[in-house]
Design a protein around this ligand. Structure first.
Ligand SMILES: Cc1ncc(COP(=O)(O)O)c(C=O)c1O
Length: 412
């Protein structure tokens, strides 16, 4: 028997006695709104959806909000509204969820992977510029885990090469860059309200923009191609039925009342972790740019350096979990290593990658983004609900990691 819980020692935290916060957090606001919608019998796109669109757009400092079924749809609507399509290249990071790249393929455009910065997990503007060709039409920066990308550098590149920016803000509700909300920094920005997200209605999404024309097109794409003026059965664009329901909006309006306070609390807890984890050898916390004026923490991430610990990251994660602290490894491989890109899916012999209108060949098995590969091996994630616990609970996280470090000899 050793000291570590993985070797039958006592854990730092007994999670039966002291469970971590659960998600979602709900209250009277959701209950009241839901009941109101339920009893009204108007469950379909109406007042609550409009109210949420306005409130959320204003919360992120954007002029217009077009709600939809999920974040994936919001990305697709964004691309379509900007006129991105067949034969166009769109630069995306490989350290993200599949939707960032699959939305590009869905509109028949080609995702081109640019590497991230190892320190932040966000797109590296220098590598973005290297990946630009005559066919590049847009960039999709992902504000990974809620940390805004270097939007000054990306916007400068976009201006220089006449590119559009669709922000993947699916982790960054409440985040601000130089005082302005993410999702309102590029041409448009997509958000997700899926179950694991910091504001949720189970599923849901929204596209934000400051541009009235983009908003109008987005509305049409999300509403069967209808126009603002036309007849109900008059269809102008090749849209889909991607509308949010009143029931979803009722929940989201309730969730939104808590988001600001929760964001502040998570920031405070993350600061505590940053200050206390950074002194542990082989733990690299994520630096924060001064231009990040508010940060949502969808995840708290740090890097684990196996060489310094003399231990595999997976063993470390298992040992810390057994101490009663829930951590995980995150994305196991860069997006481009998924079978979708490597062989069976779109592969080099499938459309839109191989279709004549592209006029080129892209072979994803040759893509190599070293920083992304490294981050996939080093990252450790803590999910956002944990950050809603109290300061003493954050000390449990620090103590568990310190304990594993001090007793690392016990782990083979
Ligand atoms: C970075 C990122 N982009 C897009 C999405 C897609 O959002 P949804 O699941 O609502 O379609 C997600 C969802 O996890 C995400 O994490």
């Amino acid at each position: 028997m050793g000291k570590l819980a993985i070797n039958r020692g006592n854990p730092v935290r007994d999670i039966k006695a002291k469970p971590w916060s659960t998600w979602p957090v709900t209250g009277e606001e959701e209950r009241r709104n839901l009941l109101e919608v339920f009893e009204s019998g108007k469950w379909w796109y109406g007042e609550k959806v409009k109210e949420f669109e306005e409130e959320f757009a204003s919360f992120q400092d954007a002029e217009y909000g077009v709600s939809c079924t999920n974040g994936t749809a919001a990305l697709e609507i964004g691309l379509l509204s900007l006129g991105i399509g067949a034969g166009d290249e769109v630069i995306v990071p490989p350290y993200t969820f599949i939707a960032t790249a699959s939305s590009v393929l869905r509109v028949n455009a080609i995702p081109i992977f640019a590497d991230i910065s190892l320190e932040t997990g966000n797109l590296d503007p220098v590598d973005v510029e290297k990946k630009i060709t005559e066919q590049t039409k847009a960039i999709i920066p992902v504000h990974f885990a809620g940390l805004p990308c270097d939007m000054d550098a990306l916007k400068e590149i976009a201006k220089k090469y006449n590119l559009k920016i669709i922000e993947d803000a699916c982790h960054s509700w409440g985040s601000k860059w130089n005082g302005k909300g993410t999702g309102a920094l590029g041409d448009c920005g997509a958000f997700s309200f899926q179950m694991s997200k910091n504001i949720t209605s189970g599923e849901g999404g929204i596209l934000l923009t400051d541009d009235e024309e983009i908003a109008e097109r987005a509305r049409s794409y999300s509403n069967c191609g209808r126009g603002e003026e036309g007849h109900w059965y008059e269809h102008f664009l090749l849209g889909g039925n991607l509308r949010m329901t009143e029931l979803q909006a009722a929940i989201l309006l309730g969730q939104l009342t808590r988001l600001e306070k929760q964001t502040a609390k998570r920031e405070e807890r993350a600061k505590y972790l940053d200050e206390n984890l950074k002194n542990i050898p082989g733990i690299k916390t994520i630096p924060r740019d001064k231009r990040v004026t508010r940060r949502s923490y969808h995840l708290y991430m740090f890097r684990f350096i196996e060489e310094e610990w003399g231990m595999k990251r997976e063993k470390f994660v298992e040992a810390v979990c057994r101490e009663g602290v829930p951590i995980s490894i995150g994305y196991p491989v860069p997006l481009y290593q998924n079978p979708l890109f490597q062989e069976k899916g779109i592969g080099p012999e499938y459309c839109p990658v191989s279709c004549p209108y592209y006029g080129k060949e892209v072979n994803y098995s040759e893509v190599y983004c070293p920083n992304t590969e490294k981050l996939c091996q080093q990252a450790v994630w803590i999910a956002h609900p944990v950050l809603l616990a109290e300061k003493e609970d954050m000390q449990d996280i620090v103590s568990a990691i310190e304990k594993v470090w001090e007793n690392r000899e016990e782990i083979k």
